[in-house]
Write a protein that binds this ligand. Structure first.
Ligand code: F6R
Length: 610
């Protein structure tokens, strides 16, 4: 889960690489490093922490690089420290190599090399690749990389340079994205984990397929397939969108992104609502109307927050379109027996479009001949290339590692897909109209919650001294509790657990005590009375209670220690409102604690390893 970047061309490789690394930093920020050839010398500079730390360091040196490769790391093998930072070298310091992914058989490869007397300098799986290539090297770099690939198990993208080949960057990948972009006159070539990092360069782009090897030279690019046969690649022009890195006066990107939600939700409505005001339209869906009618099951896959959005959508598809639906955690689904019927509508949700497990699940579904629809925020990402049809969120970039606006955009989009399917079946025009008019009120209702964020800030301050939190909710509110607990864990590093309220009495109620606050999400009207009973049960055992409920909800004020009223709305849409309160609560607690809110420890924005 790292970012790989490489540059050969007429511009200053140092500058281009530092800009590229900044655009790839969402993939990890445990350490950053650069290796380059400078007048025939191989030099490597690496620093623990964010790219800005590396930048400060390199700016103090007088570097005139001929070509360079650069890396930003999310640690998998070996803790985040200088010796484990990329680029890695072989024992003779001839090679510098950067890597994203995991080499599954690294331990056995390493011990074979150690038995031959090779000394290792790091704990990483990456160093094994550099050492293996060096071990096979007899003057032909392509052959030594090719032989090495046949020994590696796992998924990876790799770029490397060798001091005996001063005009070449070698790139290769397996099950991992690696884009190569070159200018028309080949005066510059860039290698990157993500083509969006080609920003500012007008390039022809292609992607390496499994075990293909690229020899990128000063004025040539040669590609070899897994049998070492020279091949040609088709290219495309990619429009990398220019990104504004401004917090626009907000203290954190996270707060800015939370506050953008009235607009981002509105955008999904504008893009996908049909003009008749009773329906949605999705020309991107890769189905004929006959195929659409035959759909008898919806399967959703995703991870983390995207999985939570999918879990809520299950109720939307079942209640509105009356189609049985399920949502699977992609990393679990990948290793289950694939019991899929041919009339399944498969949906893969991913903000980044780079989550390895979600991509793995997509491949597994498509291998069964079932079409997959992607829901994604990032253009040109791997998901958009692997699915049969893609619907974009258009939420704008999420800089905060913690996902917020993408979640509400996903929920809005999924509501519209459910509406679309429902209307193509039994839902009447009148019912469609009511649902659409309720949806159109959501941006305004989110805005009402945001305008009262100072009240949530006070509540967060009051509860911020607790070390553990219990989130309780029923039906539509249970995934919202999971999402609120995830936000809190992620940015405040506090322990938070979410439970369906009716399940408490089957065990977890043993945890309840005055030191464990219960955050109760009560906006699901259908189960409101039951929720009150569950809150009474935890109150009887001394838990402090903070409840979020719809305006006018009765009976809670005498039970809850603190109560925050939310704008009321139909149950199916209530997650869009409640979740904003959960986001703000987590944000303000993290602010009191003083964590690195936009880049919380141990995390990365894109999870590109299994
Ligand atoms: C939580 C969060 C993660 C992501 C998860 C999936 O705030 O950001 O849980 O939701 O890593 O990421 P995507 O949606 O990019 O596949």
């Amino acid at each position: 889960m790292c970012g790989i970047f490489g540059y050969i061309g007429k511009k200053d490789p140092l500058k281009v690489c530092m800009q590229g690394l900044k655009l790839l930093e969402y993939r990890g920020y445990d350490s950053a490093g650069i290796a380059a050839l400078q007048k025939g010398e191989l030099i490597t500079i690496k620093e623990v922490g964010k790219v800005s730390i590396l930048e400060e360091q390199v700016n103090q040196l007088d570097l005139q690089l001929d070509l360079a490769i650069a890396h930003t790391r999310w640690a998998t093998h070996g803790k985040p420290c200088k010796k484990n930072a990329h680029p890695h070298s072989d024992a003779q310091s001839c090679i510098a190599l950067i890597h994203n992914g995991i080499i599954e058989n690294f331990a056995s490869l390493r011990s074979k090399l150690e038995k031959k007397g090779v000394a290792f300098a790091s704990e990483t799986d990456t160093e094994v690749i550099a050492q293996l290539i060096a071990d096979h090297y007899k003057g032909d770099l392509l052959s030594s990389v090719h032989t090495t690939l046949s020994e590696l198990k796992g998924s990876f993208a790799i770029a490397l340079i060798h001091k005996n080949h001063p005009d070449t960057i070698v790139a290769t990948s397996r099950d991992n994205p690696l884009a190569i972009g070159f200018s028309n006159d080949l005066s510059e070539t860039i290698i990157s984990s993500d083509p969006n990092a080609f920003l500012g360069h007008n390039l022809n782009v292609f992607y390496l397929k499994d075990d293909e090897i690229a020899l990128v030279g000063r004025d040539s690019i040669e590609i070899y397939d897994k049998r070492k046969k020279k091949i040609e690649k088709k290219t495309e022009k990619i429009q990398a969108e220019s990104i504004s890195f401004s917090k626009e006066g907000f203290e954190h990107y996270l707060l800015k992104e939370i506050c953008e939600q009235p607009f981002t939700v509105q955008k999904v409505l504008v893009e996908n609502l049909a003009e008749n005001g009773t329906d949605a339209h999705f020309p991107q869906l890769p189905f004929s109307s006959r195929e659409l009618k035959k759909i008898d099951r919806v399967l959703i896959v995703g991870c983390g927050t995207s999985w939570h959005a999918g879990s809520i959508a299950v109720s939307l598809f079942e209640e509105m379109a009356k189609i049985p639906a399920s949502c699977e955690i992609a990393s679990e689904f990948r290793y289950k027996p694939p019991l899929l019927s041919s009339n399944t509508l498969a949906i893969a949700i991913s903000q980044s479009g780079e989550t390895a497990d979600t991509l793995g699940a997509v491949r597994k579904i498509r291998e069964r001949g079932i079409k997959v629809v992607g829901i994604c925020n990032v253009k040109n990402s791997s998901l958009t290339r692997e699915v049969d049809g893609c619907i974009y969120l258009h939420a704008g970039p999420e800089f905060s590692v913690c996902s917020t606006k993408a979640f509400t955009s996903q929920l809005t989009l999924l509501s519209l897909i459910a509406l679309f399917l429902a209307r193509s079946r039994k839902m009447s025009e009148e019912e469609g109209e009511v649902f659409v008019s309720e949806l159109k009120k959501i941006p305004q209702k989110i805005d009402e919650v945001l305008k009262r964020s100072s009240e949530i800030e006070l509540l967060a301050k009051k509860y911020s001294h607790f070390q553990n939190f219990f989130f309780l909710g029923r039906r539509m509110m249970f995934p919202i509790c999971q999402e609120a607990a995830l936000k809190l864990k992620e940015i405040s590093y506090l322990n938070a657990c979410a439970y369906p309220a009716g399940e408490m009495k089957h065990g977890p109620i043993a945890l309840i005590s005055p030191t464990l606050p219960v955050i109760a999400f009560c906006q699901n009207e259908q189960t409101y009375e039951k929720m009150i009973s569950n809150i009474m049960e935890v109150k009887a055992r001394g838990a402090p209670i903070l409840a979020f409920a719809s305006q006018g909800a009765k009976g809670l004020s005498s039970i809850a220690d603190d109560l925050f009223f939310l704008p009321s709305c139909p149950d199916l849409l209530s997650p869009l409102i409640s979740t904003v309160a959960g986001q703000l609560f987590a944000y303000f607690i993290a602010k009191v604690i003083g964590t690195d809110i936009d880049k919380p420890r141990n995390l990365a924005k894109s999870v590109t390893v299994e």
